[in-house]
Design a binder for this molecule. Structure first.
Ligand code: ZN
Ligand code: ZN
Length: 297
């Protein structure tokens, strides 16, 4: 790292969930980007949550905020415009990339929905995340997570289903980045079901698909701030991914200015201690094409 705090690995490829375009963002887009600039980050990937096309999959906080499908789409349209402006407004200070964080719902429509959004708003990339296992949101509250566990027939069954959905999503959607790979840890940390043979096999299959499809597996620092003691994914998953030839990236998944850049040094150490020597980020070439850039750790 140089004396002004810059280092090529200090970037985030998933985050910027801003207050004006998401029910749970707590800072404005401008505040988030200003902080990223102040911290000397090299690049900042914005990945607003995609608006879903089926009202069954609106989140509780969205309903409470009075949002319906049209309201979510209007928010996303505003995000698309603001992020496009930000690319130019911040040029020369930080490289801003415009993406979306895809949902895997509704199951029959999300691939086409995501492709349409990407094309319509000329987005640079997609973060593929699984927040729903069948009809259950898994990262909203312990209560909703418990409902999912009960409905799927136990934690091991839920985890197997989660990793299968994730592998199918990577295969069908071909996201550039895979979000918070072991997200079910959020409400099941320390539970032995993560080490169940069927769970490990499903998890390994999902990692193998990520490697085969060339998606970047993010090390997401939200795991640290949620009290899990390490980023997503856990150390053994990083090591397994490394053995399978998976390429990694870094993300802060920011929803508040205090999240911007937080934990990146720990995420780097997490990768280095698992024997990973470099990460990748997306980069806009002079001609406007999005390419991948390898950065040593
Ligand atoms: Zn997410
Ligand atoms: Zn996110």
């Amino acid at each position: 790292m140089t004396s002004d705090g810059r280092a090529p690995w200090r970037f985030s490829m998933h985050g910027g969930h801003a207050s004006e375009s998401s029910a749970h963002g707590q800072s404005t887009l401008r505040a988030l980007l200003d902080r990223a600039v102040a911290l000397g980050l090299e690049a900042y990937g914005l990945s607003q949550h995609a608006p879903v096309s089926d009202a069954r999959f609106l989140y509780d906080d969205e309903r409470e905020a009075g949002l319906d499908l049209d309201g979510r789409m209007a928010q996303f349209e505003a995000y698309a415009a603001a992020s496009a402006e930000a690319v130019h407004a911040y040029a020369g200070r930080i490289e801003v990339l415009r993406g979306l964080e895809a949902e895997v719902v509704p199951p029959s429509g999300y691939v086409v929905d995501t492709q349409r959004l990407r094309a319509r708003f000329q987005l640079d990339y997609v973060v593929g995340s699984v927040h729903w296992v069948d009809d259950h949101p898994i990262d909203v509250s312990p209560e909703r997570f418990a409902e999912a566990v009960a409905d799927l027939g136990g934690l091991a069954a839920l985890l197997v289903r989660y990793y299968r959905q994730l592998a199918e999503m990577v295969d069908a959607l071909r996201p550039e980045v895979v979000g918070h790979f072991d997200l079910p840890r959020l409400f099941s940390q320390g539970h032995g079901a993560h080490e169940d043979g069927a769970v490990r096999a499903a998890r390994r299959d999902a990692l193998a698909v990520i490697g085969q499809r060339g998606a970047l597996l993010e090390v997401n620092t939200a795991g640290i701030r949620k009290g899990l003691g390490s980023p997503y994914p856990a150390a053994e998953v990083v090591a397994e991914g490394r053995d399978l030839g998976v390429a990694f990236t870094l993300s802060d998944d920011s929803h508040h200015v205090d999240h911007v850049g937080a934990g990146l040094a720990e995420a780097r150490a997490h990768l280095v201690s698992a024997g990973v020597a470099s990460v990748w980020r997306l980069h806009r070439s002079e001609h406007g094409a999005i390419e991948r850039l390898e950065v040593a750790l």
